[in-house]
Design a protein around this ligand. Structure first.
Ligand SMILES: [Zn+2]
Length: 333
């Protein structure tokens, strides 16, 4: 990269914190990615360990890009849970075991650079909207299926976060009155069927009832160390004919299709974009089922084919979006 003397070229760092992986990327001002690093989150080691992993991951990405901290204009971080971007705090993030966690001030202390934080799904949607949705739709919906299940709304051309910045939490729409307990305290949430955690929990329950799966040992390990079972494991098991994995992923896809159709009926967005680890690894299994459900249940079908697709950014959506936040913090737009 060219760095002329006397003229300081500043770079952006985007970090995406997930329940099982943390990813950090270094970007130019026009969002070209120079380098990225992905490491395990290690939630089971506790809240402070997760913070240290975020710091290590971002530092590795900066070093890997051949830069120093002083080359960085700002750092953006997308994190799961209820985030208060103004205060820079994470109100609650069950998947990371954080409560009233002062994330921004602790990162500013570590990096001595401006830091901006946002909800992971809202942040990923910022990235998708900025670099993938070139027609800049007025209204769009993003749904992200990974460790948990979250969403984000673009309404009237802007990310809509609603009162308390918690809009778009599609994962906690209740879809089964008597369904399994959810991490949020409710029960029968969409997330207990269509997140990777939900699929793992449901598979464990089925195994106890006598079903068989080649993922049995991984599922037991996953209970002790959440995140051990990856979306790729589900994909590989299905490819090898694992019927339980196939059935649970099919269920997840059907619930997703119903949720997408219902949300299309509510919002009539121009596009619906699906992302997250499950979609990354299993889009071939999930997307056709989602399309079928949407075709059967979304009223929009009487006017036109609803546009529902998997993001091409894959697992990079989060870091690109976090870099968008960082650019905004650095430049004011
Ligand atoms: Zn819930």
């Amino acid at each position: 990269m060219s760095k002329k003397k006397g003229r300081k070229v500043k770079y952006l760092v985007g970090v995406d914190v997930g329940g099982s992986k943390i990813m950090a990327g270094v970007f130019t001002h026009d969002l070209k990615q120079l380098h990225s690093v992905k490491i395990d989150t290690w939630v089971h080691r506790g809240p402070d360990a997760v913070l240290q992993r975020i710091i290590d991951c971002a530092k590795d990405a900066i070093t890997g890009a051949g830069l120093k901290l002083s080359d960085v204009a700002a750092i953006g971080v997308g994190t799961p849970g209820i985030v208060n971007p103004k205060a820079g705090t994470v109100v609650v993030a069950p998947n990371l075991r954080w409560e009233n966690f002062n994330l921004r001030s602790r990162l500013v202390k570590a990096f001595r650079r401006p830091v901006v934080i946002g909800n992971d799904c809202t942040t990923a949607m910022e990235g998708i909207y900025e670099v993938e949705l070139r027609k800049k739709p007025r209204n769009a919906l993003g749904m992200f299926m990974g460790t948990g299940l979250g969403g984000a709304l673009v309404l009237g051309g802007e990310v809509y976060s609603g009162m308390g910045s918690i809009a778009g939490e599609v994962g906690h729409m209740v879809v089964e009155r008597t369904g399994p307990r959810c991490g949020c305290g409710s029960q029968g949430c969409f997330e207990v069927f269509s997140s990777r955690t939900g699929i793992a929990n449901r598979m464990r329950a089925k195994l106890q009832n006598g079903d068989a799966s080649m993922l049995k040992e991984l599922l037991a390990q996953d209970q002790k160390e959440p995140g051990t079972l990856r979306s790729e494991h589900l994909h590989d098991a299905i490819k090898q004919g694992d019927q339980l994995a196939e059935r649970m992923v099919r269920d997840a896809a059907e619930y997703t299709g119903l949720a997408v159709a219902s949300l299309i009926n509510l919002l009539s967005p121009e596009v619906v974009v699906l992302g997250g680890g499950l979609i990354g690894a299993l889009h071939e299994q999930i997307m056709p089922i989602v399309h079928d459900q949407v075709r059967s249940h979304a009223l929009l079908r009487f006017l036109k084919e609803p546009k529902v697709f998997a993001t091409k950014l894959g697992d990079r959506a989060g870091i690109v979006g976090a870099a968008v936040l960082a650019r905004r913090a650095a430049t004011g737009h």
